[in-house]
Design a protein. Structure first.
Length: 75
């Protein structure tokens, strides 16, 4: 992941937008979850090991595809 991915929507396997990439640090995206979907995002992105409760790290193995506009998660 690069700074070019900042601002992209993160889409779940069911097609729902679960958040947006707000920053990329050391090649890893940090996702701001959609309001009201914090529990869903936490389950999807592994909230148990997240050091910052406001954003969630997106690991490469969680990503299915990256387009110009969005990042689709793997099932």
């Amino acid at each position: 992941m690069t700074a070019d991915d900042e601002g992209k929507n993160v889409i779940s396997t069911s097609g729902d937008q679960v958040g947006r990439v707000i920053s990329v640090k050391h090649g890893q995206a940090h996702v701001d979850p959609e309001p009201g979907l914090v529990d869903t995002v936490s389950t999807t992105l592994g909230g148990d090991d997240q050091p910052n409760e406001d954003t969630y790290r997106l690991n490469d193995e969680q990503i299915d595809t990256i387009t110009d506009d969005e990042i689709r998660l793997r099932s």
